[in-house]
Design a protein around this ligand. Structure first.
Ligand code: GLN
Length: 436
């Protein structure tokens, strides 16, 4: 695939924020990476004007390892600014268009990665999830999305959104590729101490033999999604696994806890963008420090980034910290316990991935910020718990894909890799936009 050809495809779908000037013909495989992973010599801007012109001098660990495995990086994928969003509409550099219907969202925040995985043949894309940003776009674009256990893949070179939540994952239309590439990019890395406690990843081929379906997951999903989910559970039963409905009441508190923790972490991470070190540095230098920083941040951060700075700073203020941040951490611990309890009896927990099919852009602009936060209620819980999860295409409504979400215990990506492979053999996923 030549860079020109890629540019043509990009003109149609807006999945890339940068395309490599050269793509070697003898590469083992081609991949793209979300634009919050640093890429040596290639602009990395996280969907934000504040980072425009930032050309890192090193590759993120995940990109480095993909290259070491024979991969060629073909482009950086478009995303919600710093990962803040569910529909990839919060990007300063154009919005990726869903290959099944260009009037609809690709999902977010790794929307460009899902779009590239859906449209390009044999492609794999590195995405990043903080609260569901691999699963959501995978489900809206009808591809497979694997988010590993927190710490499985080094975060070195990943531009932080929420450090206790961020995970590098993989998206592809080709299910068996997920496990293979995960094995290549995972492992300890002294440059990310949180990656150092992990056990070895062994793709044992072991299969999921029991699945819990929390009843809370079906409250608030559309009729079509509910039906596709029930049909998926039947398919799992037919494959020989036990499926049981359980109750996980703590899931209902995941959204408020997540948005407190994530915005607290995000607001501290964004403090480094003041027009001095990375990206743009073209503010009015005759101003004093505070005025320079304030005018620069006002000009170059988008609305959603500003909203998260305000929310996170408020929740961390003396006096509010215990009421919001500390409480959210207790809810998080409670959610982890409920998963541990479920995994004492079952190999996996299954829910739909998103409560609805990819919305139209006109529908998204009518949503309030809270409506859009609430759409994540199924993807946020496993992300808060740091457990691995997988979205697989499981049905279609109005011609748009629906996703099934499967989570397993910490470090059990082996079960997800074999599930993805088995699922792809029995479920014929539709593709859109391929070869255009
Ligand atoms: N939609 C969620 C958010 O806006 C999750 C995004 C992500 O995982 N980066 O925070």
């Amino acid at each position: 695939m030549s860079p020109d050809r890629l540019a043509e495809i990009n003109a149609r779908y807006h999945m890339f924020s940068a395309i490599s000037p050269e793509i070697p013909e003898d590469a083992g495989f081609l991949f793209s990476a979300k634009d919050n992973l640093t890429s040596a010599g290639m602009e990395t801007k996280c969907g934000s004007r504040i980072l425009e012109g930032y050309v890192p001098v090193f590759d993120a660990a995940a990109i480095e390892r993909m290259k070491a495995a024979g991969g060629a990086l073909v482009g950086k994928t478009n995303m919600d600014e710093f990962g803040f969003g569910t529909f990839s509409v919060n990007s300063a550099f154009g919005v990726p268009l869903n290959p099944f219907d260009p009037e609809r969202s690709c999902g977010g925040s790794s929307g460009g990665s899902a779009c590239a995985a859906a449209v390009l043949e044999g492609h794999v894309s590195l995405g990043v999830s903080t609260g569901g940003s691999v699963s959501c776009p995978a489900s809206f674009c009808g591809v497979y999305g694997l988010t590993p256990t927190y710490g499985r893949v080094s975060r070195h070179g990943l531009i932080d959104y929420g450090n206790s939540l961020d995970k590098v994952g993989l998206l592809s239309a080709d299910a068996p590729v997920l496990g293979r590439r995960l094995a290549e990019i995972s492992g300890r890395d002294p440059r990310d101490p949180t990656s150092c406690a992990q056990p070895e990843l062994s793709l044992s081929g072991k299969r999921i033999s029991s699945v819990a379906a929390p009843e809370e997951a079906l409250r608030g999903v559309s009729g079509a999604v509910g039906e596709a989910f029930k049909a998926s559970l039947d398919r799992i039963r037919e494959s020989g696994a036990d499926v049981e409905t359980i109750s996980m009441p703590s899931l209902r508190y995941a959204i408020p806890a997540y948005y407190v923790i994530a915005t607290c972490e995000a607001s501290t991470n964004l403090a480094r963008y003041v027009g001095m070190r990375y990206g743009r540095q073209d503010g009015d230098l005759s101003l004093g420090f505070d005025d320079y920083f304030a005018s620069f941040r006002t000009e170059y951060f988008g609305d959603e980034a500003k909203r998260r700075i305000l929310l996170g700073t408020y929740a961390r203020m003396a006096g509010f910290r215990d009421r919001y941040y500390a409480k959210a951490l207790r809810v998080r611990a409670h959610i982890i316990e409920s998963y541990k309890e479920a995994f004492g009896r079952f190999d996996a927990v299954a829910t739909p991935t998103m409560p609805f099919i990819a919305p139209r852009f006109s529908e998204i602009s009518a949503m309030s910020p809270v409506d859009s936060f609430a759409a994540d209620f199924l993807t946020v819980p496993p992300n808060l718990a740091g457990i691995p999860h997988l979205s697989v295409p499981c049905g279609y409504s109005e011609g748009m894909p629906i996703g099934l979400h499967v989570s397993t215990d910490h470090w059990r990506e082996d079960l997800l890799a074999s599930f993805a492979e088995d699922w792809s053999e029995s479920f014929k996923a539709e593709r859109a936009g391929v070869g255009q």
